[in-house]
Design a binder for this molecule. Structure first.
Ligand SMILES: *Cc1c(COP(=O)(O)O)cnc(C)c1O
Length: 410
């Protein structure tokens, strides 16, 4: 493939006009939108309005006048469309870790006679920590059991209360079969929680079609909500009247402004809200969701698949001799929207790339991760990134003290 072929793909790309909706850093090839999505131009004006008018002038009346109070549900309904959820089943609040605590505690309570929370050893560590924390809090009434990702289906047995998994692996990009695993769990009476952090806005997801019980996900990655933007959670309408989280608060009360001293859960997914949310993040996310208007996840995913395959092919062809190889899932039709490469000096290589304006990230112990966010990643970005990687490796440009020193955020 030549650079002009990549440019031709960009000219024919139906998503190329979406790229204009984002403020992309000049002279940078940003392949880290799977960790922190770029700034949507619409969010700039929306945050400015919030600060100057809503907070600056209208103050407390903004909860009603500017719709602050309902934003968690309004945005939830926008996210619902991307993950196959129905209206009123998704709410935006807190972080994934906190939301996972909420849905996991609710699920455990619904299966009081069972002892096991089942997950896999490739899951995002924070998810496992939340389950370990709950297990300690419940003094061993439930235990977290982790197996290899490939062994999940066979490990689902009648003592399992909850199966808790991340659909798209943050390193290998392998995707679990949501439909099959959910069906298997239901067949033995277990509940299922899906973490969609690397799925929402990246791959087609249909929580209703696979009848997922609960889901959580991130908005600052593929959804471009901004640093620290609130996460989302989904509760299947089938469970909305019976599921109650252990972490509740006044925002989830049936009648919060009655200020009664007893907790009465609100109807539906609203009961999974706890307390006041940061509106600066919330409005930035609300505006960011406009970029998804008219986007077919199937078509967007087709572009992601093409970009992941193109990058892998270029890298294997040009850089294979320099000790770099694909890590994880090779089947480009059943994987997430990022590519992980392994290299003994992965950290230094990533630092050298960043110094040249190609931004990916390092994941311990020896992985370089490149996220393709096809709403704004162009084919020529993919092509150029592979060329830079070739230069850095073939000329050993990574072999410098400043690139070899590890910083606190990788
Ligand atoms: C990014 C990510 C998280 C982040 O959790 P927070 O509590 O929102 O920081 C959780 N799970 C997975 C799988 C992730 O990729």
């Amino acid at each position: 493939m030549k650079r002009k072929d990549a440019l031709a793909l960009d000219r024919a790309d139906p998503f190329s006009k979406k790229r204009k909706l984002f403020k992309l850093p000049k002279y940078k090839i940003y392949l880290d939108g799977n960790s922190l999505g770029v700034l949507p131009k619409a969010s700039i004006a929306r945050v400015k309005h919030l600060v100057e008018v809503e907070w600056g002038q209208d103050l407390i009346t903004s909860w009603n006048e500017h719709g602050w109070w309902n934003l968690p549900q309004v945005i939830g309904d926008k996210i619902a469309k991307l993950i196959g959820a129905v209206p009123n089943s998704v709410v935006v609040a807190d972080t994934i870790s906190v939301n996972l605590f909420k849905v996991l505690s609710a699920a455990i309570t619904m299966r009081p006679e069972r002892k096991v929370v089942l997950s896999d050893s490739g899951n995002f560590p924070s998810d496992l920590y939340v389950a370990q924390g709950l297990s300690r809090f419940l003094t061993g009434k439930v235990d977290l059991k982790t197996v290899e990702p490939e062994q999940i289906a066979e490990a689902i047995s009648e003592d399992v209360a909850v199966v808790m998994l991340t659909e798209t692996d943050y390193r290998s990009a392998r995707r679990h079969d949501m439909q099959a695993i959910t069906a298997k769990a239901h067949s033995v009476g277990a509940l299922v929680i899906w973490d969609l952090a690397h799925s929402a806005g990246a791959v087609p997801v249909d929580v209703m079609a696979c009848d997922a019980d609960f889901a959580v996900g991130c908005t600052y990655k593929y959804l471009n909500g901004g640093p620290g933007a609130q996460a989302f959670l989904f509760v299947n309408p089938r469970l909305q009247q019976s599921a109650v989280p252990a972490l509740v608060g006044w925002w989830g009360h049936a009648n919060p402004f009655a200020f009664s001293i007893d907790f009465v859960p609100a109807d539906g997914v609203r009961r999974f809200q706890s307390g006041t949310q940061g509106m600066l993040n919330m409005v930035a996310l609300d505006a960011a969701m406009d970029a998804w208007k008219g986007v077919s996840m199937e078509r967007l995913y087709a572009k992601a698949v093409k970009q992941c395959a193109m990058f892998t092919e270029l890298v294997e062809h040009q850089c294979g001799e320099f000790g770099v190889s694909l890590y994880g899932e090779r089947n480009f039709h059943q994987r997430g929207s990022h590519v992980c490469l392994q290299h003994p000096h992965a950290y230094a290589v990533i630092q050298a790339l960043i110094s040249r304006g190609v931004v990916g990230d390092f994941r311990a112990p020896n992985l370089m991760r490149f996220g393709f966010t096809p709403l704004y990643t162009s084919y020529v970005d993919v092509f150029d990134a592979a060329q830079h990687l070739h230069e850095v490796l073939s000329k050993r440009l990574w072999n410098k003290k400043k690139f070899l020193t590890i910083q606190s955020v990788t």
